[in-house]
Design a protein around this ligand. Structure first.
Ligand code: PEP
Ligand code: MG
Length: 545
């Protein structure tokens, strides 16, 4: 008999298999009786309980870092929200119901409002339910629901996982996560990706699956029962099996899989990970605390150290991307009211041509010393004129290939003219998203807009892909978007010719491309472009694959 197989949306890549541990469901609905003898005293119990929960979440946030810390801090703020506390207090006194019941009703009112707001807000409903259950457990003096202590590496199966629980997961003990509900931008998905735990969400009926052990594919979204006596497979074991080291679809359409680097250590890690070359060398990272401009000789030595592991291979060196969040002291930039919209990237070089020319001389020297096939590109280019200005200086320095980053919407909209001025382009999707959505890439509050699956961003990328085909010149992607294995297929279908990412994603993205045909990528691209929202695009693409 064929084993039942379930599927959902893969949100964090990697394959793993092992024993199933189901996460305890939420606590029982508290009754609305007995009526409290003293409603004011009963109402006064709500605030301390909420504060105790918030304090515990904050303490866990302090022990966490990155996304996990940010999510726990947000959940703590939800628990301590004075509006939630005061609504619950009023319900106790007005309806003479126990505090636990009042918290239950007040939190449900907030959750209903979040659900009807839709999109990103609706994905916070689970967070509100988690806060509700924790405060109720505190009031009732019982254990809050959540993940049991794992005694051996296991696959966690849950209806949905609270962010506080997800953030506290130990990646050595959790082989994979599978949830019946949840969406791709839910905190479970964000955290699973940041913890590198394979995860599949929205798997219908997984809680009723009668299996002691399952295999999970965080890329395709498949979940299938396996023999419980088989050895466990961790994501790291699985991550190394599938990729031959040459970026291509299964029918041979070539898409180079490259790495982003900023130091010699990054370059070594990228070479070890099997990157075919470097698609973005962020040179400014070497000089973030330099008080004086480094000499040409010093720069040449620094660049040679990064290029050497890629001798004989292609490396794209980006000239200094200073300004905004990466000021360089020696450039003595003036204070600006909106630095992200000011003199940054290539704009810094317009009245400091000497700095650019000295850097180009150092890059040319390093290319020769290390024997790498070096191309040079400029950051933050807005027009074809700027691209032509840069390309002329690169050629004058004796460097063979000049390109520009496309990270300003105007450059994407005029991609044809930009291509006429340069040999290649590379899409910086991090900044392209920031400038397309007018959403600061450093600000958590607007993170949903900076999602690379946003159809508006994909449409701009499609324009660049079309121009690349027409002009027969390469167009890479070197923003975070390139590191998403499913999105990598979409980008390939949009006409992108190379993908550059952190070393840790190289093999996963290489394997993702190798497991589909170019037609699959085209279908993925069409589905993503036609979707009305980022979340719909993810689901629509997963369904075509
Ligand atoms: C980008 O903007 O996508 C990019 C790759 O450049 P950086 O992240 O260095 O701004
Ligand atoms: Mg950028």
């Amino acid at each position: 008999m064929r084993e039942p197989q379930l599927s959902g949306v893969g949100v964090s890549p990697g394959r793993a298999s092992g024993p199933v541990v189901k996460v305890t469901e939420s606590i029982e609905e508290p009754p609305n009786t007995p009526a409290p003898d003293d409603p004011h005293a009963e109402a006064a119990r709500v605030a301390p309980a909420a504060q105790a929960v918030a304090a515990r979440l904050e303490a866990t946030a302090e022990r966490a870092s990155g996304d996990a810390a940010a999510i726990l801090t947000t959940t703590a703020a939800m628990a301590a929200d004075p509006a939630l506390v005061s609504q619950a207090e009023q319900l106790v006194t007005a309806q003479r119901i126990p505090a636990a019941r009042a918290v239950y009703e007040a939190a449900n009112n907030f959750a209903t409002a979040l659900a009807s707001a839709g999109g990103y807000m609706a994905e916070r409903v689970r967070d509100m339910h988690d806060v509700r259950d924790r405060i109720i457990a505190e009031l009732q003096g019982i254990e809050p629901p959540g993940v049991p202590t794992l005694e051996r590496p296991s696959v966690l199966v849950a209806r949905d996982l609270a962010p506080a629980d997800t953030a506290a997961l130990d990646p050595d003990m959790v082989l994979a996560l599978v949830t019946e509900e949840g969406g791709p931008t839910s905190h479970t998905a964000i955290l699973a990706r940041s913890l590198r735990i394979p995860a599949v969400v929205a798997v219908k009926n997984v809680l009723s699956l009668d299996a002691e052990a399952v295999a999970v594919d965080g890329l395709t979204g498949e979940v299938r029962p396996v023999d419980p006596s088989a050895p466990v497979v961790t994501a790291t074991d699985a991550g190394n099996v599938d990729w031959e080291g040459v970026g291509a679809t299964s029918d041979g359409h070539r898409v180079k899989v490259l790495a982003n680097v900023g130091s010699p250590a990054d370059a070594l890690a990228a070479a070890e990970a099997g990157a075919e070359g470097v698609g973005l060398f962020r040179t400014e990272f070497s000089y973030l605390d330099a008080g004086d401009e480094p000499t040409v000789a010093d720069q040449q030595a620094a660049y040679t150290a990064v290029l050497t592991p890629f001798a004989g291979k292609s490396v794209v060196v980006r000239t200094l991307d200073a300004g905004a969040d990466k000021p360089l002291e020696f450039l003595a930039q003036e204070d600006e009211p909106n630095p992200a919209l000011g003199v940054r990237g290539l704009r810094v070089a317009f009245d400091r041509t000497g700095v650019l020319d000295r850097q180009l001389a150092a890059i040319a020297g390093a290319a020769e010393e290390a024997g790498a096939e070096v191309s040079v590109m400029a950051p933050m280019v807005a027009t074809a004129e700027e691209a032509a200005w840069f390309a002329e200086r690169v050629r004058a320095a004796g460097l063979p290939r000049a390109g520009v980053m496309i990270e300003v919407p105007s450059a994407a909209l005029t991609a044809r003219e930009v291509f006429d001025a340069v040999d290649f382009v590379s899409l910086g999707t991090n900044d392209l998203a920031q400038y397309t959505f007018a959403a600061d890439r450093q600000l958590g509050a607007v993170a949903a807009l900076n999602d690379p699956w946003q159809p508006a961003l994909l449409r701009l990328i499609a324009l660049v892909g079309e121009a690349a085909r027409e002009k027969d010149k390469p167009a890479g992607v070197c923003g975070e978007a390139a590191a998403d294995p499913l999105l990598a297929r979409v980008l390939t279908g949009l006409g992108i010719t190379s993908l550059s990412m952190n070393a840790g994603s190289v093999r996963t993205v290489g394997a993702s491309l190798a497991s589909v045909t170019f037609d699959d990528c085209r279908r993925a691209a069409e589905a993503a472009l036609a979707a009305p929202t980022a979340a719909d695009a993810r689901v629509a693409v997963a369904e075509t694959q």
